[in-house]
Ligand binder design. Sequence first.
Ligand code: ADP
Length: 319
Amino acid sequence: ASSGIVVSFGEMLIDFVPTVAGVSLAEAPGFLKAPGGAPANVAIAVARLGGHCAFVGKLGDDEFGRMLVAILRENGVDYSGVTLDSGARTALAFVTLRADGEREFMFYRNPSADMLLTEAELNLDLIRKAAVFHYGSISLITEPCRSAHLKAMEVAKQAGALLSYDPNLRLPLWPSAREAREKILSIWDQADIIKVSDVELEFLTGEDSVEDEVAMKLWRPNLTLLLVTLGEKGCKYYTKDFHGSVESFFVKQVDTTGAGDAFVGALLGKIIEDRSALQDEEKLKELLRFANACGAITTTKKGAIPALPNLAEVLQLIE
Ligand code: ADP
């Protein structure tokens, strides 16, 4: 864990976004190809801010997979943990931007390459270098990637990594809401750091409030840091010794895609620099101000990866 890298595990895909908002997929005059997938967004967020990061996952050895590898490379993300498989197809998502600005997703996962990652394909030497190992929950849905995911977590933990979990609920991908809740919570106890959105907090607890009592239902004795993001209102933090909230920055929101991933990337990049922020409330608040700024900037531009900020942009907003 001494080399201090963030290793992010899971899906990477291409979002096809109609060039015109408020039309159905069939009526779209054309599509923009936007690279995405929450764990990949997090990896690129870390790298764009100057941190060391690797992405672990599986892509089809097709036009789309090669495009995604190029994006990781151009952004300075270590892709030695990416398996390219000529027998598999890269995951695709078709995103409709409704006239009210909300997004609707349709996925090509039949199965897609990310779901076919096996334990044997894991680059364990890379995973053992993680100071922080980050993952979502989409890779828990089906085998074989479920076993690969659990194995990677175990190897990272044994090598001394902090485990970081953002369940990143994409309900339409799950067979049922019940299964989503059960499988997401089944690996809750292993994590050191968990970030949920306000929507996920309500979904996982079955409550319709984000009060501290509700967040505490997601607290576990082994947890070091629990974060709840609140969109434009910033975030709340909980540790065993202290809790509170940190406001975000005022920005002109255009598209919220990737804001949560930017927030997580900023947080993890800072934690590999200085783990003591997890025990020191003043340091943690400073760090979360930084993470909020990264999330805020990401909402000012379209898409996820193109909108992720560099360090200069964040410092300009903060100072
Ligand atoms: P997710 O993308 O997971 O739904 P949020 O929308 O809560 O996550 O955004 C993550 C973080 O990004 C927030 O905690 C906040 O710091 C920042 N953020 C998101 N939307 C805005 C906004 N409109 N103005 C300022 N900050 C924002």
